[in-house]
Design a protein around this ligand. Structure first.
Ligand code: OAD
Length: 276
């Protein structure tokens, strides 16, 4: 019944926004950060700070390669939950998908939902396509608040490259890996102690303020801005729905809390929205 109410709210919403965290990618095999099997049990968060990247880029990259191999070991694919959101977005029921995830799976699901023909040009690696992918995320309605771990960016000239070849260079002993311009490559993600990109954050905040439905999905909602975006939506009269296996500190301001697996809840929600 809660799902039906949410579906009804989504159907009539003018601006509905989804906000996701690691839990939406867990069924694709990507590890989450917190909890017993979380990445921060095996790795020390303190090794991945912006400060360390600046002080000790070689040590940072040595550890980052290990983290990368743990988190992105396989060719992960979007799951039914990513697909459901991509289809709701494509069909005009979701204004935007805001994500804390850096795995790029929302963009991949969006491409699939749009019939793989985003631009016709699909030259798989090389610089053009990475830049294009970066722009694709910005242009489309997917906002990657923490960046994208499939790319690196030169900290001097800003050039972007796919992550995999750079990780291989680091594994072959190039520590830290550097750009042709001499600058050090940095994963194209927000590190601890680093500010979120201002334009993306502003857009996320204004979407949260404008939304009349705000869905928080697969996030523990304990770090910023995750903790405050749904609160902002709630204090602006939005209907707030939370889909997460465990309870969160934001549950008290939410209108409905579904403690369910994302891969069952979201396809059902989508079906209910599109059915009527
Ligand atoms: P967390 O690992 O903190 O939380 C993931 C949540 O997803 C947990 O509350 C799980 O209960 C839930 N979950 C797991 N599998 C699920 C499933 N199949 N269906 C529904 N829920 C499920 O991840 P985030 O909240 O995304 O930041 O973490 C936020 C940020 O903290 C990350 O972006 C990262 C991290 O440190 C940076 O790296 C900057």
């Amino acid at each position: 019944a809660e799902l039906e109410r949410l579906a009804a709210d989504l159907r009539t919403a003018e601006t509905a926004v989804a906000f996701t965290g690691a839990g939406i990618s867990a069924p694709s095999g990507v590890p989450t950060f917190r909890g017993d099997d979380g990445v921060w049990e095996a790795f020390d968060e303190g090794q991945f700070t912006y400060d360390r990247f600046q002080r000790d880029p070689a040590g940072f990259w040595a550890d980052r390669v290990e983290l990368h191999r743990t988190m992105f070991d396989a060719e992960y694919e979007p799951n039914a939950a990513h697909d459901a959101l991509a289809e709701l977005n494509r069909d005009g029921h979701l204004e935007a998908i805001l994500t804390q995830n850096t795995d790029g799976l929302h963009a991949k699901a969006a491409t699939a939902a749009r019939g793989n023909d985003s631009d016709g040009d699909d030259s798989s690696d090389g610089r053009e396509s990475v830049e294009e992918a970066a722009e694709f995320s910005a242009r489309e309605t997917i906002l990657e608040l923490h960046g994208n771990a499939r790319r690196v960016r030169c900290s001097d000239c800003g050039r972007r490259e796919p992550m995999e070849p750079i990780v291989e260079r680091a594994e072959d002993g190039e520590l830290p890996p550097t750009c042709g311009c001499g600058g050090t490559y940095k994963p194209d993600v927000v590190l601890f102690g680093e500010r979120l990109p201002e334009t993306v954050l502003q857009r996320a905040r204004s979407l949260a303020r404008e939304s009349d439905v705000f869905l928080a999905i697969g996030s523990s909602l304990v770090v910023e801005p995750a903790a405050s975006l749904p609160r902002t939506a709630a204090s602006n009269e939005a209907t707030v729905g939370i889909v997460n296996l465990e309870s969160t500190p934001v549950d008290s301001v939410a209108d409905s809390c579904l403690q369910e697996d994302v891969t069952t809840a979201l396809p059902r929600l989508q079906e209910l929205v599109e059915l009527s």
